[in-house]
Design a protein around this ligand. Structure first.
Ligand code: NAD
Length: 400
């Protein structure tokens, strides 16, 4: 397959638009079409679950946003509670995280939420408005129960799901056709500023902010063929959305209390196309990721000086997320990574989740302004070792 074709399918997030609304609004993949973002009435979670300790009756939706009765998630297993903790546990107990960009149980946002929950944090999520209804319905029907399972046998609790569209900062930014669209009209207060205000009203503060979203309507086009509108849309949805989220959430974020234990922390997700040529990661998405990484450094300085908040980004390897699958060639990219990375294994979302939990924890109290690679080391390679040019070299490989 041609290199350009292969590369065009690299773990792009979201490149496929979401709904056909109007110019400037993305079209949805079939999986998220036909959504109706209406409030959820009081409904008991009735589905069964494969996890033996799960008690369906404990879980209940209690408002228009998905809200479960809180079940405390312990970071340590029961057996370890009774004895002194050894090692360096990641402990996020008492912390509250807002994770923007969770709409199913396949992506990095979900895995990060689970790792945070396993470490004891309270979880709030921001879900893209067009995907809200199906996400809430799936949660309510127990579709995610198996993947909500945590290492101690409990289930991840999402305290509240907020509708969010991160390309709009406040209601004045929202065009009339979006306001009138039924997928949006069924939800309220979903611009970034309004979501931050709602979280403040509901909970007062947060400790951890995660940006796990991206979108580029022209991702399939080479940069030379990308329109101004497509380029700016990619940067708006994938980079400025982070600046906006941090700007509006920063006043709610509990600041660091000392140099030893910085409490507040923020994390985004980036991709190697920001700094290396990945032909086909187009439509301005590579530019958007480059901006995100540069912004990470500047925001680390500004948020660090102003609020003692740490800001980092994780450069993740390929994952079969909904967005990446919609592009079509994610399997090939995963195979490429397995063939060429120093570590010949498939990356799991969980590995990114655990890294995020570490970065959010006091163990990472001196880490800020950094790009952390979680990609089996692929970023370090200078060439593709599965090239026929190297067939006579004795390069150690699982396939040999
Ligand atoms: P995903 O589909 O799970 O997450 C993308 C999310 O963005 C979706 O939930 C989608 O609903 C949301 N979204 C899109 N536009 C939005 C908007 N305007 N407002 C609010 N939410 C919006 O896919 P993922 O691959 O887990 O992506 C998460 C992050 O990881 C992205 O930043 C992506 O670039 C990055 N990443 C992914 C890969 C990969 O191979 N999947 C690799 C490196 C980095």
């Amino acid at each position: 397959m041609a290199a350009a074709t292969l590369a065009s399918n690299l773990q792009i997030v979201a490149a496929r638009p979401c709904i056909s609304l109007s110019p400037g609004v993305f079209k949805a993949s079939s999986a998220i079409l036909g959504l109706n973002s209406k409030g959820v009435s009081r409904t008991k979670l009735t589905s069964s679950c494969n996890v033996s300790s799960f008690e369906p009756s404990r879980h209940r939706f209690i408002s228009s946003a998905v809200k479960f009765n809180k079940v405390v998630t312990m970071a340590m297993s029961e057996s370890s509670e009774s004895r002194p903790i050894s090692g360096l546990p990641i402990d996020l107990k008492g912390k509250r995280a807002f994770i923007a960009g969770v709409a199913d149980d396949n992506g990095y946002g979900w895995a990060i939420a689970k790792s945070f929950a396993a470490a004891g944090a309270e979880i709030l999520v921001g879900t893209w408005v067009p995907a809200l209804n199906i996400f809430e319905t799936s949660l309510r029907r127990g579709k995610f129960d198996e993947s909500r399972s945590l290492p101690d046998g409990s289930l991840m609790e999402i305290t509240k799901v907020y509708p969010l569209d991160a390309v709009f900062d406040n209601p004045d930014d929202v065009p009339e056709d979006i306001k009138a669209n039924k997928r949006y009209a069924g939800s309220k207060n979903w611009t970034v500023q309004e979501v931050a205000e709602s979280v403040k009203q509901d909970f007062g503060s947060i400790d951890i902010l995660v940006h796990s979203l991206a979108n580029g309507p022209e991702v399939g086009k080479p940069l030379l063929e990308t329109s101004r509108k497509g380029y700016l849309a990619a940067v708006s949805a994938s980079s400025y959305s982070y600046v906006s989220l941090l700007k509006h959430f920063l006043p709610l974020m509990n600041p660091g209390t000392s140099f030893v234990s910085s409490r507040g922390s923020s994390i985004s997700l980036t991709y190697i196309a920001s700094e290396r040529i990945i032909p086909g990661y187009g439509g301005g998405m590579s530019s958007a990721k480059a901006a995100l990484e540069s912004d990470t450094r500047v925001l680390a300085f500004e948020a660090g000086r102003k609020h003692k908040i740490r800001v980092n980004t994780i450069s993740a390897g390929p994952l079969r997320s909904r967005a990446a699958k919609a592009i079509g060639f994610i399997d090939t990219i995963i195979e490429y990574s397995k063939a060429n990375a120093p570590l010949q294994k498939e990356l799991s979302a969980d590995e990114v989740g655990k890294t995020a939990a570490f970065l959010a924890s006091p163990l990472a109290s001196a880490i800020t302004g950094t790009v952390i690679y979680v990609d089996n080391g692929l970023h370090a390679m200078g060439l593709a070792v599965d090239s026929p040019a190297f067939k006579d070299l004795n390069i150690p490989s699982d396939k040999r």
